[in-house]
Every structure is written in C-alpha cells, then in structure tokens.
Ligand binder design. Structure first.
Ligand code: ADP
Ligand code: MG
Length: 366
C-alpha cells in the first residue's frame, strides 16, 4: 500500500516536472531561396513545425518570381493581357508592396522584376548588362501599371514585358505567417530565422528578454555588430549590399537592391539598414525602402514612424540610429562607431547615384 502510494506520488511529481519543463525543438530547411530555421523554446510539437514549414513552401510556390508556375510567374506571363485571379494573401503582400512604393515615391517598386531578371544577381546568370539593356528594362518598371483589383480578386500588369517581383517583402510575410501558425499551435516561445530575417514569438521561458544580433553587413558568416534587446513579439530584418552581390571583372561590387531611377544597384554610401518592428512584412518592406532612400531621407522616415526603429550602417562603418533605437540597441563591435546623421561630414560615397553604375569599395573585414 505504502509502496503504491509512494510510487503514485513519484509519478505525479514526474508528470508535474514534465509539464512544467519547456518543450523544445529545432528544424532547418531550404525555402524561399534561403536557409530557414525555426527554434521552439516552449510549446513545441511536430505538427507546429510541419505546419509552419508547409506554409513557407506554399508562400514560395505562390510568390517566387523565379520559378516557373508560381502565381507571380503566371501574372508575369500574362503581362499586357488578361488579369489573373490570385488569392487574398498574394493581393495582401502586393498591396503592402504598393504602400511602400507610395511611401518612397517609387524608390521601392514591386514592378522592379525586369531589372532583377536582367542583372540576375545571386543566380548563375548574373552579369553586368549593357546600358541599352538597362534602359530597356527600366522602361518596364512602373508601379502605376500594376493593377490590383480586390473586388475581382485579380492582379494585372498592363504592359507586356513587365514583371512583378516581391523578393523585397515576401520573406517578411512568410516570417509573420510562420509565427502565426506556431502561436496557433500552442508554441509560446520561438525564434524564426529566414535567412537573417529574424522574428521572435512570445516570451522566453526563463523570463529574460530576447537578444537579437544586428548583422555585420561586411561579414556574410552571421557575425553581428550589436544587439537589440526586446521583450515580446518582435522582428529584426536587414537589407544590405553584402547579402547578394557579385564582383565585376574590374572588382566593382554589384548588389541586389536596384535604383529605380538608374537601373543600377543603389549606391548611396549605405552598407545596410536594419529594421526593428513587430510585423515582419513591414520590417522587410521598410528595410529595402529605407536602403533605397538613403541615410537622410531614410532616417527622417524612420523617425516619423513610431512603430518601428532603424539602424543604418554606412560604408565607413558608421552606425546611425533612429530616435527610439538608442534605448534598445547596443553596439558591441568596436570597429564600428556610433554617429549622428546631422553632424556628419559629407563623404564621397554620399554623392549619389543618378546615372552612375554602382561601385562599392570592397569592405575591410571587421
Ligand atoms: P533580402 O534578399 O535579404 O530579402 P531585401 O529584402 O532587401 O533583401 O530584398 C532584395 C530584393 O528585393 C531583391 O533581390 C529584388 O528581388 C528586390 N528589389 C531590388 N530592388 C528593389 C527595389 N528598388 N524595390 C523593390 N524591390 C527591389
Ligand atoms: Mg526587404
């Protein structure tokens, strides 16, 4: 009898300790053209991970501009012809992209596709195109000719040769979707990392804040220059010149964020822009938008939006923070310096941009 009682007690204790111990899991897969990993710190289940990764694959199958047969590819194939019926999520992401296009007066433009395809940066077709090819592709970039019809549930590109490209924003949407699915499946703490586009879900089981590294734009091995400390659901997203690029024969650095005025990679002295926000689609849209706008306009825009913060890093390893970022960002790499935008000396790299091909100095390793 006694033995039975003791073993029942031990069993109850065991169950109690099981139910209070955080259940963890980790999974990494290739999706959305990058390495995607999900680390669950509490509330893990196989089903939660299965569903989250299935959603990433579904988003890729809809929104990739590179793969034949995706919905975006169908919209591109039909350019100049019929409108194409597309589901709510693709219209939602396109609408967001058009919002950032409006906010940046076209520096961000989801019809950038002909230029992205021409340069082929990050693909085996990457090359420096001729000036004529660039101007022909540039003539096909026009956000006003992207027709989004919510009533009919369609998208249409008005001119043949136009191409929709959601590469600057789809990964952010995917991180939001993965986070939503994990939370719905009972996950209470997780880190989603879609190729450096990081989103934390819920609270850490030990009650400590999340610490998220801000990528070193001169180092593609995942090094960081500083740390963002946040509680609760937050996302940290970086756009930079060293994420996808190639070097021309003369050593010129060609990267993947393109200037909608010139058709060449943006050259404005910035090496990266990191956004801290709660919605990853907005952070992803904004990281590319602020990068394309450059430091002065980008910082002004960041300071005007009270729901996000930004960290700008320039080619000279100077770091500029939006007003609210100072409270949550700590610089940890002393080869970078904190600087103030309004006090800086004009540098050669600030003299933009119009007409000139990109030419970014090869960085010195930190
Ligand atoms: P990441 O590859 O880390 O997601 P971004 O979010 O900055 O980087 O997105 C870069 C991608 O956005 C490019 O590969 C291209 O598909 C697209 N793109 C490039 N230039 C522009 C632009 N001016 N406006 C909108 N999208 C762009
Ligand atoms: Mg982006």
């Amino acid at each position: 009898m006694n033995i039975l009682r003791i073993s029942a007690c031990a069993c109850a204790l065991f169950l109690l300790s099981c139910s209070s111990a955080p259940s963890t899991a980790e999974r990494t897969e290739l999706a959305l053209g990058t390495v995607c990993s999900v680390r669950v710190l509490d509330g893990a289940s196989e089903k939660a991970l299965d569903d989250a990764f299935a959603r990433l694959a579904a988003i890729e199958a809809e929104m990739s501009a590179n793969d034949p047969g995706t919905l975006v590819d169908q919209v591109n194939q039909a350019a100049g012809g019929q409108a194409v019926a597309v589901p709510d999520d693709l219209r939602y992401v396109t609408r967001k992209a058009l919002e950032y296009a409006a906010l940046s007066d076209g520096a961000f433009d989801p019809t950038i596709g002909p230029l992205v395809k021409l340069w082929g940066i990050g693909t085996e077709d990457e090359r420096v195109p001729s000036a004529d090819e660039v101007s022909a592709a540039l003539a096909m970039v026009d956000r006003w000719l992207l027709e989004l019809d919510d009533q009919a549930g369609t998208l249409r590109l008005a001119k043949p040769g136009m191409r929709l490209d959601l590469g600057a924003i789809a990964k952010g949407y995917a991180a939001d979707e993965a986070g939503r699915i994990l939370a719905e499946q009972g996950v209470t703490a997780a880190v989603i990392d879609l190729g450096g586009n990081v989103k934390v879900v819920g609270r850490k089981p030990d009650g400590s804040p999340w610490k998220i590294g801000v990528q070193n734009p001169f180092d593609d091995r995942g090094a960081y220059i500083g740390i963002v400390t946040v509680t609760g659901d937050r996302t940290v997203v970086t756009s930079g010149v060293y994420e996808r690029y190639f070097l021309g024969d003369d050593g010129t650095h060609y990267h993947h964020i393109l200037d909608t005025r010139t058709g060449y990679p943006v050259r404005n002295g910035l090496a990266s822009v990191t956004i801290i926000a709660s919605s990853s689609i907005d952070a992803d849209g904004l990281s590319t938008t602020l990068f394309a706008l450059g430091l002065d306009k980008g910082l002004a825009l960041a300071n005007s939006l009270d729901w996000m913060e930004a960290v700008f890093i320039d080619e000279d390893k100077r770091v500029y923070l939006s007003d609210g970022a100072q409270a949550i960002f700590e610089l940890t790499d002393d080869s970078f310096v904190l600087a103030q935008a309004d006090l800086r000396e004009p540098s050669l790299s600030d003299t933009n941009t119009q007409g000139a091909p990109s030419e970014v100095q090869t960085p010195t390793s930190p």
